[in-house]
Design a protein around this ligand. Structure first.
Ligand SMILES: CC(C)(COP(=O)(O)OP(=O)(O)OC[C@H]1O[C@@H](n2cnc3c(N)ncnc32)[C@H](O)[C@@H]1OP(=O)(O)O)[C@@H](O)C(=O)NCCC(=O)NCCS
Length: 183
């Protein structure tokens, strides 16, 4: 996919990242409370990482590996977070992952963004399945998956190591036939 059309979802717009988002990415993702419950965000978040991450996104998208959206608050034009799909090898399925900057938590933004990206995955990309996982200690993310209509698929104890500790992981998924466009 060469270009990424913006998706309008109520108070949010999901769009491709731009170079000038890098500083805000570093600030928001640089908060340990945001990195802590993700699988991959490093801490500390070194200078240059956000620029490199943003720069690599077009190639990942064009080569069909990953599609990442910046989540922007329309009223303030502020970047609030990120949401992305990592595509499986046959492009029938994808894993979705997301983070929201701490100043914007608990306003329903992750849920809205996830609903928007599920629609994009099933309608635009024509995927059959989207799945996600969260650390069991990250109940807010499980709630987001439930509110977006994903189904609980099971628990994987001690699934991976993060910050030197083994994490129990809960899996959620949605099949194309279960997806409903409820606006
Ligand atoms: C998890 C995260 C994405 C949630 O984003 P958000 O925009 O605040 O999510 P929403 O507002 O859409 O929904 C949050 C829900 O979790 C609930 N919640 C918040 N903190 C909670 C907690 N400690 N325990 C249980 N539920 C909690 C909220 O009440 C809300 O549910 P409700 O609408 O039923 O009241 C955000 O906290 C985040 O980015 N965390 C760090 C990165 C991360 O964990 N990413 C996900 C990796 S799987």
């Amino acid at each position: 996919m060469k270009t990424l059309e913006p998706l309008e979802i109520g108070p949010l717009i999901l769009r491709a990242f731009r170079e000038d988002d890098a500083q805000e990415v570093q600030t928001l993702a640089g908060d340990f409370e945001v990195a802590d419950t993700t699988a991959r965000i490093p801490h500390p978040y070194e200078d240059g990482l956000a620029e490199a991450w943003i720069e690599g996104q077009a190639k990942e998208r064009e080569e069909g590996r990953e599609v990442v959206f910046a989540i922007e608050e329309v009223a303030s034009n502020r970047l609030v977070g990120a949401i992305g799909l990592v595509l499986g090898p046959q492009a029938h399925s994808a894993e979705v992952g997301y983070w929201i900057g701490k100043p914007f938590w608990n306003q329903g933004y992750a849920t809205l963004a996830l609903k928007g990206v599920l629609g994009f995955a099933f309608q635009t990309l024509g995927l059959e399945r989207v799945y996600a996982h969260h650390m069991t200690r990250n109940a807010a993310s499980g709630r987001v998956m439930e509110k977006a209509g994903m189904s609980y698929e099971g628990l994987s104890p001690k699934h991976f190591e993060r910050w030197g500790k083994l994490e129990d992981i809960a899996f959620y998924g949605m099949l194309r036939e279960s997806w409903r466009d409820d606006g």
